[in-house]
Design a protein. Structure first.
Length: 71
Protein backbone atom coordinates (compact mmCIF):
# COMPACT_ATOMS: atom_id res chain seq x y z
CA UNK A 1 0.00 0.00 0.00
CA UNK A 2 1.38 3.41 -0.97
CA UNK A 3 1.43 6.15 1.63
CA UNK A 4 0.64 9.72 0.66
CA UNK A 5 3.73 11.90 0.57
CA UNK A 6 2.25 14.26 3.16
CA UNK A 7 1.28 11.53 5.62
CA UNK A 8 3.64 11.11 8.57
CA UNK A 9 4.59 7.48 9.31
CA UNK A 10 3.06 6.34 12.64
CA UNK A 11 6.44 5.77 14.28
CA UNK A 12 7.45 9.36 13.50
CA UNK A 13 4.09 10.89 14.45
CA UNK A 14 4.46 9.48 17.96
CA UNK A 15 7.98 10.90 18.46
CA UNK A 16 8.82 13.82 20.67
CA UNK A 17 10.64 16.72 19.05
CA UNK A 18 13.89 15.66 20.69
CA UNK A 19 13.58 12.04 19.53
CA UNK A 20 12.71 13.09 15.98
CA UNK A 21 15.63 15.51 15.87
CA UNK A 22 18.03 12.81 17.07
CA UNK A 23 16.66 10.39 14.44
CA UNK A 24 17.05 13.08 11.76
CA UNK A 25 20.65 13.67 12.83
CA UNK A 26 21.28 9.91 12.55
CA UNK A 27 19.80 9.88 9.03
CA UNK A 28 22.00 12.80 7.97
CA UNK A 29 25.07 11.17 9.48
CA UNK A 30 24.41 7.92 7.58
CA UNK A 31 23.80 9.74 4.30
CA UNK A 32 26.95 11.83 4.70
CA UNK A 33 29.14 8.74 4.91
CA UNK A 34 28.40 7.93 1.28
CA UNK A 35 28.52 4.24 2.16
CA UNK A 36 24.77 3.61 1.91
CA UNK A 37 23.54 1.91 -1.29
CA UNK A 38 21.43 4.08 -3.60
CA UNK A 39 18.05 2.50 -2.83
CA UNK A 40 18.73 2.69 0.90
CA UNK A 41 19.85 6.30 0.50
CA UNK A 42 16.55 7.19 -1.15
CA UNK A 43 14.60 5.50 1.65
CA UNK A 44 16.73 7.29 4.25
CA UNK A 45 16.19 10.61 2.48
CA UNK A 46 12.42 10.06 2.50
CA UNK A 47 12.51 9.23 6.22
CA UNK A 48 14.68 12.28 6.85
CA UNK A 49 12.18 14.50 5.06
CA UNK A 50 9.31 13.06 7.13
CA UNK A 51 11.36 13.67 10.30
CA UNK A 52 12.14 17.23 9.23
CA UNK A 53 8.46 17.95 8.58
CA UNK A 54 7.54 16.48 11.96
CA UNK A 55 10.15 18.62 13.74
CA UNK A 56 8.95 21.73 11.90
CA UNK A 57 5.33 21.01 12.84
CA UNK A 58 6.30 20.58 16.50
CA UNK A 59 8.25 23.87 16.41
CA UNK A 60 5.33 25.66 14.74
CA UNK A 61 2.94 24.34 17.40
CA UNK A 62 5.27 25.48 20.18
CA UNK A 63 5.61 28.92 18.58
CA UNK A 64 1.81 29.21 18.33
CA UNK A 65 1.43 28.27 22.02
CA UNK A 66 3.97 30.89 23.05
CA UNK A 67 2.25 33.54 20.92
CA UNK A 68 -1.09 32.68 22.58
CA UNK A 69 0.50 32.97 26.02
CA UNK A 70 2.02 36.35 25.19
CA UNK A 71 -1.23 37.69 23.66
Amino acid sequence: MLRAMTETPPDIAAMTFEDALKALEDVVRRLETGEVPLDDSIALYERGEALRKHCQARLDAARARIERILA
